[in-house]
Design a protein around this ligand. Sequence first.
Ligand SMILES: Cc1cc2nc3c(=O)[nH]c(=O)nc-3n(C[C@H](O)[C@H](O)[C@H](O)COP(=O)(O)O)c2cc1C
Length: 349
Amino acid sequence: MPTLFDPLALGPITLKNRIVMAPMTRSRNDDAGCPTDIMATYYAQRATAGLIISEATYVSAMGKGYSRIPGLHSPAQVAAWRKVVDAVHAKGGKIFAQLFHTGRVAVPQLLPAGTQPVAPSAIAINGKNYTDFGPIDYVVPRALETGEISGVAAEFGAAARNALAAGFDGVELHAASGYLVHQFLDPTINTRADSYGGSIANRARFLFEAIDSMIAAAGKERVGVKFSPRIKFNDVVEPDAEEIYPHLARELSSRGIAYLHVAQQGAYEAHKALRPLFKGPYFAGSAFDKASGETLLAVGGADAIVFGKPFIGNPDLPRRFRDGLAIAESDGKTYYAKGPEGYIDYAEA
Ligand SMILES: Cc1cc2nc3c(=O)[nH]c(=O)nc-3n(C[C@H](O)[C@H](O)[C@H](O)COP(=O)(O)O)c2cc1C
């Protein structure tokens, strides 16, 4: 069985190790959704990961749900991402772009003038969005019309095309964390009566339309998917998670995509249901350390391990794991702050 330090073939590319950097929003983009120069430094510092998955990136202006997150729908965003991707490649790294649409997580202040957030159904999230304009209560979103949903799914394909134009090695569909794709999956958020609501096949329809548009744009071997079943975030409930995720894993397996990425706490127990259903590379994430990651690989419970917070405080995480060096804590206060502090100033060991 492989270790964290063995290579992994992922479609046409080869990861130099099985230590994957999790997608993490860090809020250092400009207000037009363009990555800034410190982001090239940040990602290049972490290029010893087998694969970097970028912070979640919106596919259209209607998908922007937080201040200072990046997009991939305008030429300026593509050009700015190109600098980040080139910096990672110059250091020998590989990087996928994580694509999302925030749906009902957005608030009108972040969206084009005169528009309202969209979602499967007109049900608001409880709580506030902490924007640069202050904390703003979530609003009741506008339920998408049946006839406009395919157009939203196609935005994922257009953004995938832009990601390849920026030089990314591939794209990941963000079907996790209670954003738009996940909103369609959860029957407590999606109460539609049309072909996008009700049965599992109907609630999964938007996901497959989005993934198929990404496959058409980038090729199946450059497309991955992330799930976070029953995550306690953005009012996700998912009473039928035990049924819907096996259905999705089987269908994605038959499409032959690059990988399935599942973030769920609980190491082996969390992954044993889905892992056998997906025949390609399986990435497991959430709360892993070196020992628990090695153990899961050793029992065949995953093909690669995804590390989030450990990569914030340890830009050279693979070397620290390999040489048994101390793992530094990161400072949560600067996760979403502005500027270089707590971002590009974590030292190598
Ligand atoms: C600061 C921060 C930002 C995050 N942003 C994203 C994101 O943009 N997309 C995503 O899929 N998950 C995001 N996550 C979740 C991580 O990808 C990962 O699933 C989670 O942190 C658990 O892994 P860990 O325990 O190794 O950190 C974020 C997590 C953190 C800490």
